[in-house]
Design a protein around this ligand. Structure first.
Ligand code: PLP
Length: 355
């Protein structure tokens, strides 16, 4: 590796303080972080060091103009006790796609993957062993140059932190099809993992939750008719034996779980169609009894099974069970754990990265 990672370990790990049977969501962080600064037009020496606060200038540009992007991935242990990652280079490529959209520099994909391997290798004891549990990894990049004014920054930080997560809540979800607020429009930033997209989704999501829904079903910005995504997941509908997922039209986040699900479904003989799909088509399929199931896919939750959708004053019943969604969930768990063959070559296994 051209950039050797400089490693400073903590004196004593805090992992023994964690109750692995009771992991609170998103509040526990591992001992270390991976960190790299961009200055003078290049990435400096990458480091892994004890997790700590980062001094921030009040004029740091990310705080004002929102040059901030992120990724989300999970590492799990296989039956041999080795950590694994699913297609980490895809996350590296997507990070750079997001970076370019908001005028940030690329982070080398090889260093992204190598940094993850060394970091996860070092934090291996933090990976919860139970099926459905994982070490959630959060790579992110932001502009930390102090400057008041509208231009691309000259100084950035790329960081990876990690948080252990217990088995995700697997209740069937109820969606609110949103006809007032939007998530993404053609030419906007919806297909990039830009922090501001999530800021824009917070108020609509809170309003939907106050009405008793779990998540928003996002519709297109022009006609409020074509389905985009579910919260921060991609969405699949099974109608009359075929799986339909919205095509990547510039408004859809190109999910790695979406990509893996499509590959798996096609390998199992399902027909998967990427195209526009309208809420009217879902209503009609529900009325004709051809709507067989629907689910969301994303790294954080895995597969979320959809029970029903509230649209205007109607409730669209979707289904009471999800055989296809369960097949995807079970197969991904099996491949991650090494109980099933990695037939698609998704896994990167981390063995003794640090000796
Ligand atoms: C991250 C994300 C997804 C899911 O992507 P995965 O790579 O599958 O985790 C889907 N939609 C949005 C809006 C996201 O931010």
């Amino acid at each position: 590796m051209e950039n050797t990672i400089k490693i400073t370990r903590v004196k004593a790990s805090k992992v023994n303080d964690l109750d692995f049977d009771n992991i609170p969501l998103g509040t526990i962080f591992t001992d270390h972080m991976f960190i790299c600064d961009y200055e003078n037009g290049q990435w400096q020496t990458p480091r892994i060091e004890p997790l700590d606060l980062i001094p921030t200038h009040p004029a740091a540009m990310a705080l004002h103009y929102g040059q901030a992007i992120f990724e989300g991935m999970k590492s799990t242990l296989d039956i041999h006790g080795n950590p694994g990652l699913i297609c980490p280079e895809k996350n590296g490529e997507r990070l750079n796609f997001s970076a370019r959209r908001v005028g940030m520099p690329d982070f080398p994909v090889a260093l992204f993957v190598e940094g993850l391997k060394q970091f996860v290798g070092l934090e291996k004891n933090w990976i919860p062993p139970q099926e459905g549990s994982a070490l959630y990894l959060r790579p992110f990049m932001y502009a930390d140059e102090p400057f008041i004014g509208m231009r691309a920054a000259n100084h950035y930080k790329f960081i990876i932190i990690a948080s252990p997560s217990g088995p995700f809540f697997t209740k069937r979800i109820s969606l609110h099809a949103e006809t007032k607020f939007i998530r993404a429009a053609q030419g906007g930033t919806g297909e990039a993992k830009v922090a501001g997209n999530y800021a824009a989704a917070i108020q609509p999501t809170e309003l939907a939750k106050a009405k008793g829904y779990d998540q928003i079903l996002w519709l297109d910005a022009v006609e409020h008719k074509y389905i985009q995504e579910v919260g921060t997941m991609n969405v699949f509908f099974k109608i009359n034996g075929e799986l339909i997922t919205p095509k990547l039209d510039g408004c859809i986040l190109n999910g790695i779980s979406r990509m893996c699900s499509i590959e798996l479904l096609r390998a199992r003989g399902y027909k998967v169609i990427e195209r526009l799909i309208s809420i009217d088509e879902i209503i009609q399929a529900s009325e004709n009894n051809t709507l067989e199931e629907a689910f969301g896919t994303g790294t954080a939750v895995g597969v979320a099974m959809i029970q029903d959708i509230g649209y205007k004053d109607k409730t669209i019943h979707v289904s009471d069970n999800n055989p296809v969604g369960q097949m995807i969930r079970g197969t991904v768990h099996g491949i991650r754990s090494g109980r099933l063959e990695d037939e698609f070559g998704w896994m990167v296994t981390i063995k003794n990265e640090l000796v």
